[in-house]
Write a protein that binds this ligand. Structure first.
Ligand SMILES: [Zn+2]
Length: 215
């Protein structure tokens, strides 16, 4: 992590809140507890999603603090963990040409101040030396996923996502990033739009996958 950024963000471990020294993105105790093997799940539409974590415990708190409580520093640790899973699982297929993310509506982004998935996708893109682009957009007034129950999310026929420009995705291998995969419906919807717009392949990654997924 950039030293200048560390001046602006308080450097505490995202998982246990202990102060951090040097350029660490989490403490050594918490890092030792990270699962060594990424979780790999198939989406309802057949794409694969990889994630370093299951959405529970300290990881759940770290993600919520990052998204809702202004602890943007957590984003670096979460992004590093996603990057590591992507490298482990997609190593042979790393021909991604563009990295993109699940979009947030303008209203929502203004309200929160940032799109947490975009932050992670940009970090991953920079580390992989690939371009990041916002290939999808989302209508304002779309139903808010995290305020819905698991069942409501599965049956939510969400048509609020749209392609920004088909020309940019035609024939391309894409990496699509979200923060949490709960039912897989959002990533499926976004992957389908990208494929229908001409993408050759869509690989997915998220920070965490819900406990219930795949059960
Ligand atoms: Zn810690």
């Amino acid at each position: 992590m950039n030293r200048l950024l560390s001046i602006f963000y308080p450097r505490k471990c995202p998982y246990c809140s202990k102060p951090l020294k040097h350029d660490m993105t989490e403490c050594l105790v918490c890092r030792a507890e990270f699962p060594k093997v990424p979780r790999i799940e198939a989406l309802p539409t057949g794409e694969i999603c990889v994630a370093p974590f299951t959405y529970m415990g300290a990881v759940r708190r770290a993600i919520c603090d990052y998204k809702f409580n202004g602890k943007k520093f957590n984003g670096y640790s979460l992004s590093e963990a996603v990057l590591s899973s992507i490298k482990d699982v997609y190593y042979k297929d790393m021909g991604f040409e563009i990295i993109t993310c699940v979009p947030m509506s303008k209203d929502r982004k203004n309200e929160r101040g940032f799109n947490q998935s975009e932050f992670i996708a940009k970090y991953v893109a920079e580390q992989l030396g690939k371009p990041f682009e916002n290939l999808l957009c989302r209508d304002s007034g779309a139903a808010v996923q995290h305020e819905m129950t698991y069942k409501e999310r599965i049956s939510n026929n969400d048509d609020s996502f749209h392609i920004v420009s088909s020309d940019k995705v035609r024939g391309k291998k894409l990496l699509l990033i979200d923060d949490i995969m709960t039912t897989g419906t959002t990533l499926s919807r976004c992957s389908t739009i990208l494929r229908e717009s001409g993408a050759e392949r869509v690989f997915c990654a998220s920070v965490a996958i819900s406990k219930e997924y795949g059960i």
